[in-house]
Design a protein around this ligand. Structure first.
Ligand SMILES: [Zn+2]
Length: 175
């Protein structure tokens, strides 16, 4: 079955009025910043999001996003597979309007001049934020054990020449 491509821009107020649910995909080829943050990734991000109004008739949308990326382990320099499973809950706000008054469960998300949310960009931002700051294998899968690491760091120190030795050599060359 072909996956439904989701619209980039969605009007959250209208969608919440209709209690719309969107289930489909975004293509990662349109998420340049995310693609630049990883070695490689799946072609698609699976998204499931519903638009609702809460008891105080605040509009919000919540859902999940799921994809898979390959990252470079900063310890052993080998590629590893990293699954991303996000949950999000946003409430649309216009400009700098009453952000502080939003209930804590909602993250504010800005709408454009037409009252639309750029859902693709919101999801892309969330994907980037979900990436580990330092990408590392789980220790048991890593090709570099803790012992190898200390060894690697100490070695260059021993290579360095004694500065007096260097001076002596210099003098000898001048004579
Ligand atoms: Zn590793």
């Amino acid at each position: 079955m072909d996956k439904v491509k989701l619209p980039q821009l969605i009007d959250p107020l209208k969608s919440a009025m209709k209690r719309s649910t969107y289930v489909g995909v975004y293509s990662t080829s349109l998420m340049e910043r995310f693609v630049d943050s990883v070695l490689s990734c799946n072609e698609l991000v699976n998204v499931d999001v519903k638009f609702l109004k809460d008891a105080q008739s605040l509009t919000y949308f919540q859902g999940t996003a799921q994809t898979q990326a390959n990252l470079l382990c900063q310890r052993c320099n080998h590629e590893f597979s990293h699954s991303i499973n996000l949950e999000f809950c946003f409430s649309p706000v216009q400009g700098t309007e009453i952000e502080e008054e939003l209930p804590e469960a909602y993250e504010p998300v800005e709408v454009n001049d037409h009252g639309e949310v750029d859902l693709r960009q919101v999801i892309e931002d969330e994907l980037i934020l979900s990436l580990p700051i330092v990408a590392l294998h789980a220790e048991e899968n890593c090709n570099v054990g803790p012992d190898d690491m200390t060894f690697g760091i100490i070695e260059p120190e021993q290579e360095r020449k004694n500065p007096f030795e260097v001076l002596k050599e210099l003098k000898r060359d001048l004579e």
